[in-house]
Design a binder for this molecule. Structure first.
Ligand code: TXA
Ligand code: MG
Length: 348
């Protein structure tokens, strides 16, 4: 299958005048798979009402079928078709954070969507993205769109058009090409089927931010990886093919590595630690300094993909961040990329 590319970069604020816009709208209505930009990562979108379309998402990504998808909307009024009993507290948070990088798991009502989107659960995850292109596409198409991240299963989520193309070229109908994505890690997912709510996947909207809007609505969370709330959290994820070591707490002094093959190591970390990296090692920057969490979110998945493309390395080090509420989402992704292979700087 030839994959179309629609470069809409000159039309971000005026998508309706993009010459091929009708091709995109028709594609969704004909149950094709189309990658679209959101403010977090690129999504692989398809009509959530079509069993065939949603089945094809799982096939194109190589995704396990028990891992449910997030349904993307442009208008809260769409929810009444496929959800029920959304609590007042949930509505308050939707109104506060939407459109934006947060997904809500709410009670599912069967009949309107294909049940395949929920992987057989009686809840459904919903999100209204804020990206000007993604949001306008959802408006023009006016269908509920199921969209996981637009990567092959197990690969880092795509933050650039090139990442989507690398993973899904010739596997999907088309890709809407926009500028690189701002945020860089996937949305916060909160489970609103019981109260207080639980964070199922941390993201840039933190528990503190949610509790500021609605005090006490999020229980103090420790993610329990043995019993993940979001089925997707149990899978190995975001992992390059070379082994990754997480340097817990980060480097505080130059790396002391004695073995002779140091040119076969790539280090990913904030620009501020570059001075600690021997010249022969490869260095891939992650934000400007250790407090630049936004920059790290933005750079992380691209950095993992760059590291993966080096053919002459056999080890990747990722500099860890101090663990606190604001680094929780970042460290969650780094933990998974390293497969929890953690060392202190003295043990390298
Ligand atoms: O930022 C994002 O959320 C991106 C963009 C494209 O919107 N999407 C995304 O989708 O990251 P995906 O499929 O890669 O991750 C969705 C996560 C998975 O961990 C899945 O298990 C969880 O949400 N999830 C979806 N529906 C659920 C449900 N009903 N109950 C529990 N977890 C659910
Ligand atoms: Mg994903």
């Amino acid at each position: 299958m030839q994959t179309f590319t629609w470069d809409v970069r000159k039309y971000v604020n005026n998508l309706q005048s993009y010459p091929q816009i009708q091709e995109i709208i028709d594609g969704f209505h004909q149950d094709e798979l189309i990658a679209l930009p959101t403010e977090t990562v690129y999504g692989l979108g398809a009509n959530a009402r079509s069993d065939e379309a949603v089945k094809n998402i799982y096939v194109a990504k190589g995704r396990p079928s028990d891992n449910p998808l997030i349904v993307h909307i442009h208008d809260k009024a769409q929810l009444k078709n496929f959800t029920q009993n959304i609590s007042t507290e949930t509505e308050v948070l939707m109104d506060a954070f939407w459109p934006g990088p947060i997904s809500f798991i709410v009670p599912y009502q069967t009949g309107y969507l294909t049940d395949r989107v929920t992987g057989g659960l009686n809840s459904v995850a919903v999100r209204m993205p804020s990206h000007s292109v993604g949001r306008e596409v959802l408006k023009l198409v006016d269908l509920p769109i199921a969209a996981p991240s637009a990567n092959l299963s197990g690969r880092p989520s795509p933050t650039k058009f090139e990442h989507v193309k690398h993973d899904l070229n010739q596997r999907i109908f088309g890709i809407i090409q926009a500028e690189d994505i701002d945020e860089g890690i996937e949305s916060t997912v909160i489970d609103c089927t019981t109260y207080p709510f639980k964070i199922a996947r941390p993201g840039s909207i933190t528990a503190d931010m949610i509790n500021d809007v609605l005090p006490g609505s999020i229980v103090d969370m420790k993610l329990d990886m043995e019993k993940p709330i979001a089925p997707g959290m149990k899978y190995k994820h975001y992992a390059p093919s070379q082994p990754v070591v997480l340097i817990e707490g980060g480097l505080t002094k130059p790396i002391q590595v004695t073995h002779s093959e140091i040119h076969r190591i790539a280090v990913i970390g904030p620009k501020s630690i570059e001075a600690f990296i021997p010249e022969k090692m490869k260095f891939i920057p992650l934000g400007k300094h250790e407090n630049d969490i936004k920059g790290a979110h933005h750079d992380l998945y691209d950095a993992l993909r760059i590291a993966d493309q080096f053919t002459d390395i056999d080890q990747i080090y990722i500099n860890g961040y101090v663990r606190n509420a604001s680094t929780m989402a970042l460290m969650n992704r780094i933990d998974k990329a390293s497969g929890h292979n953690i060392k202190g700087e003295e043990e390298l």
